[in-house]
Design a protein around this ligand. Structure first.
Ligand code: RTP
Ligand code: MG
Length: 145
């Protein structure tokens, strides 16, 4: 079953939106298979956002994502990468439709509440960066698998 890496960014944690956001994915019928509240060390932030190194917003991005606790999660479900990107909305909250997470809760591209893997390859890479295999629930141990 397909998995993705989702992370509520420091702005979302600080604004106490963890429950709201988890609720949306649960109600959709996706399965939470791993989660932790954590602070991101700079070297992990740099690895996670390596594709953006050299871009004008990179330094701000790394300093923002390390500025406070994040809620890192792994979710599982059919087509979960594409589906959760759709539920998050466009990167810039100005373009994100109402009804999406970014569309409903944010106004600035630099503080857009949530991260989600953008492909199967990024999902695998990001899950491995943030979680040990033994921190994830195996499919056979999920009640409605
Ligand atoms: P994310 O990786 O955080 O899920 O966001 P994304 O795929 O929708 O967007 P991406 O292109 O990967 O950009 C990563 C994060 O960098 C910030 N950003 N700022 N100032 C800007 O023009 C700009 N562009 C991107 C955003 O916070 C974005 O989520
Ligand atoms: Mg991205």
């Amino acid at each position: 079953m397909e998995k993705t890496f989702l992370m509520i960014k420091p702005d979302g944690v600080q604004r106490q939106l963890i429950g709201e956001i988890v609720n949306r994915f649960e109600r959709k019928g996706l399965q939470l298979v791993g989660a932790k509240l954590m602070s991101i060390p700079t070297n992990l932030a740099e690895q996670h956002y390596g594709e953006h190194k050299g871009k004008p917003f990179y330094d701000e991005l790394v300093s923002f994502i390390t500025s406070g606790p994040v809620f890192a999660m792994v979710w599982q479900g059919e087509n979960v990468v594409e589906l959760t990107r759709k539920m998050m909305g466009k990167t810039n909250p100005k373009d994100a439709e109402p009804g999406t997470i970014r569309g409903d809760y944010s106004t600035q591209v630099s503080q857009n509440i949530i991260h989600g893997s953008d492909s199967l390859e990024s999902a695998e890479r990001e899950i491995a960066l943030f979680f040990n295999q033994n921190e994830l629930i195996k499919s056979e141990n999920l009640i409605n698998s």
